[in-house]
Every structure is written in structure tokens, then in C-alpha cells.
Design a protein around this ligand. Structure first.
Ligand code: GLA
Length: 389
């Protein structure tokens, strides 16, 4: 939908003549550094040019009315500003409601209700953070219309808290951070231990970042995700009996190898190994990118996938089929699953002149193996949360 269609939809749904304000927050793709954020490691995502758009108007009463133009069959959801509660049935609306609950708990002066319409062009269930973008767009929009002046950095933390405490997914900070802080043509190197970050230009000279959607919805990801997180926390606790560290991200491969036997459970040992090695890979990859060595960057992406497959075990047959089909193609520098896993997208670096053949071949091989028809999108690094005037 374009801006005019969205405004028209807003008037139709809420029956008001007042022109709403319009905001956007993007999805993200993580280039490398997967399942490292909640382990105090580094991530290297970029915001996408796919967004969630939010149109919003304050009301004079305490009603909060929410509507998503992506789910037209679901009607307007109504809540009371003074009684915001999680309701599984409300599905997508729990993300904005969760943000509102966090803002109210932090005593931001949201003094009246509001009407809000959402629409997004981020493929859903594709591991591209459509839910984080809803959270960030909501927090950003509320901050602007109620003049709360919340810095974008803080907005990402509010989004994460909504997801952790309201929705119940124990995610790290990466998705909300990328959505709030994204910058055109740049990726972000974020140290999730200190929250220090810097932007790295994405000068890819004739190479595209291609998103290959398995179209396998990542259902049930929450329970498996929370389980991985708990396994890493337990491994860390055991290591802490001999090492003075706060997070797995503080370990080099060498220190890990020297102490790994302290982790008694072999499965937890593998999980911790991934967290440590993946963090080091992410740091090395960023260095390679800066040296213009995309060949090596691509190899590190492949190694990341293998580690997520064998040690972290979050890939599954569809992501593995997609990645291995990608690895066989001419003109590919590297390919790996991106996001939480168990479905969603593979991200690949592909030379432009090979893009079309790459897509045709990968689609054929992948579909024959899994029965799912894939989708492909060339990603461009877009801007973070913003108002559209
Ligand atoms: C999901 C979470 C992120 C991060 C990734 C894995 O996207 O929301 O915080 O942990 O999985 O890297």
C-alpha cells in the first residue's frame, strides 16, 4: 500500500477526519553473529528497506484501538489504556500492547488513548524481525505523538522488554536495536556485552545481499529459543566456577578449549562452543569486510551456518537444503541461515552477474528437496525508525 492508501484505510477503519501522523521502522537481516546477542557477543545486522508503517492519532478518551491492514480478516482490537493485558488470542496486537505496557510501567506520560493502524511489507515468519519492527515503530510513534523524547537506543530496549516480559520470548537486543538504529547503506557492529556499536559501510561492489526465504514458517521457535538460551546460561555458570567472566562472548576460542571440560553436559558444551566461536567469527568477518575481502567474509558465513547446524542445532532440513543449494552455485561468496532459525531465510552474498541463474538453480534444487517454493529478495540496507512527513 502507498501512503495515500494507508491514510484512506485509516479514515475508513477509525471513521475520523483528522490526519494521522505516519512512522516507519524496518526489519533487519543479520549478516553474521547469530545467537550471540544474549551471550554477550557481537552481532552484525543491517536494517532493511522493508518496513512496518504506523499511522496514529491521539484520542480524547482512554480507548486504545489497533488495526492491522496485514490481517484484514481480524477486526479492530480495543483496549483500555489503564488495563493493558496480554491475550494470546490477540496475536500480533500483543507486540504494540506490550510496548504500551512497558512505557506505562516506566511512567512515561501517555495521557490519552489513541487510534493506530499498522501495515508492513516485511515478509512474515521469515526471520526478518517483523515483530521487532512493530515494537520499535510503536515505541517511536508513541514517543513522538506524546512528546516523550525517548532516544532510539532506549526505544530498542523498550521493544526488547515488551518481547521478553509481555510476549514471553527471551530474545536478545539485536532485532530491536537494528530496527531503531539502522542506517542506510551500513551494517551495525554491536557488542551486546557493552552495547557499544559502530556503523560499517556496506561497499559490496557488484555483489548483492540476497535473502532466500524457505517459506517454512518458524513455528515453535519460542520454546526452542528459550531452551538454547537456558543451556548457554547453564554452561556459563559452570565456566564461572573457574573463570572470572560475565558472558560467553568474553572468551576466545583458546580459553574456551582449555576450559570446556568444566561444562558437564555435552549438549550444553556444544551450545557454548557455538556462542564463543560465532562471536569470534563475527569480529573477524567485519575486519575482512573492511579490508574489502568479501571472499573471506563469505567463507565465515558458511562456517557460521555449519556451526548453527551442528553445534547449536537451530537450522532444520529447509534451511540446510537452502544453504547447501546456495553453496553449490557459481558466483556465491557465502550463505548462512539468518535470525533465530528453524525456518525463515538464508542470507547469501552473490555476484550480480550470477543472480538470475543462482535464483533459478537454488529454487529448483530447494523445491525438489523440501516441497516448499522459495522466494528471493535483494536486500538493501535501509534507515532505522523515523517519521515520514
Ligand atoms: C532472534 C532474536 C535475536 C537473536 C537472534 C539469533 O532473532 O530475536 O535477539 O538472538 O534470534 O541471533
Amino acid at each position: 500500500m502507498n501512503i495515500n492508501e494507508l491514510k484512506q484505510k485509516f479514515t475508513e477503519v477509525f471513521g475520523t477526519e483528522n490526519t494521522p501522523r505516519l512512522f516507519a521502522a524496518p526489519g533487519r537481516v543479520n549478516l553474521i553473529g547469530e545467537h550471540t546477542d544474549y551471550n554477550g557477543g557481537h552481532v552484525f545486522p543491517c536494517a532493511l528497506s522493508f518496513n512496518t508503517y504506523v499511522l496514529i492519532n491521539k484520542r480524547s478518551d482512554n480507548k486504545v484501538r489497533l488495526y492491522s491492514a496485514n490481517f484484514e480478516n481480524k477486526s479492530v482490537i480495543e483496549a483500555d489504556l489503564h488495563h493493558i493485558v496480554y491475550d494470546k488470542k490477540q496475536d500480533w496486537a500483543n507486540y504494540p500492547l506490550g510496548v504500551l505496557a512497558v512505557l506505562l510501567k516506566r511512567e512515561y506520560p501517555i495521557t490519552t488513548g489513541f487510534d493506530v493502524l499498522f501495515w508492513g511489507d516485511i515478509p512474515q515468519g521469515a526471520g526478518l524481525s517483523s515483530s521487532a519492527s512493530i515494537e520499535v515503530a510503536t515505541a517511536f510513534a508513541l514517543s513522538c505523538v506524546f512528546d516523550l523524547r525517548i532516544p532510539n537506543f532506549e526505544i530498542s530496549k523498550i521493544g526488547q522488554e515488551a518481547e521478553n516480559k509481555f510476549v514471553g520470548m527471551n530474545c536478545g537486543i539485536m532485532d530491536q536495536f537494528a530496527s531503531a538504529m539502522g542506517k542506510e547503506n551500513h551494517a551495525i557492529l554491536l557488542d551486546c556485552n557493552t552495547l557499544n556499536y559502530r556503523y560499517a559501510p556496506l561497499d559490496l561492489n557488484g555483489i548483492s545481499i540476497l535473502l532466500c526465504n524457505t517459506n517454512k514458517p518458524h513455528n515453535l521457535i519460542e520454546s526452542k529459543y528459550n531452551e538454547r538460551r537456558a543451556q548457554c546460561e547453564h554452561a556459563l555458570q559452570q565456566l564461572q566456577s573457574q573463570l572470572s567472566i560475565h558472558a560467553l562472548g568474553e572468551l576466545t576460542e583458546k580459553t574456551f578449549e582449555a576450559h570446556q571440560e568444566i561444562i558437564t553436559d555435552p549438549v550444553e558444551r556444544k551450545r557454548a562452543k557455538h556462542a564463543v566461536y560465532e562471536n569470534q567469527r563475527a569480529l573477524l568477518a567485519v575486519q575482512k569486510l573492511q579490508e574489502g575481502n568479501l571472499e573471506d567474509f563469505g567463507k565465515l558465513m558458511n562456517a557460521s551456518h555449519v556451526s548453527l547446524r551442528d553445534d547449536y542445532e537451530v537450522t532444520g532440513p529447509e534451511l540446510d537444503a537452502m544453504a547447501s543449494a546456495a553453496w553449490e552455485q557459481q558466483g556465491v561468496l557465502g550463505a548462512r541461515m539468518t535470525g533465530g532459525g528453524f525456518g525463515g531465510c538464508v542470507v547469501a552474498l552473490v555476484k550480480n552477474e550470477h543472480l538470475e541463474t543462482f535464483k533459478n538453480n537454488v529454487a529448483r534444487i530447494y523445491q525438489a528437496k523440501t516441497g516448499y517454493k522459495p522466494d528471493f529478495y535483494v536486500a538493501s540496507a535501509g534507515a532505522g525508525a523515523r517519521e515520514i512527513k
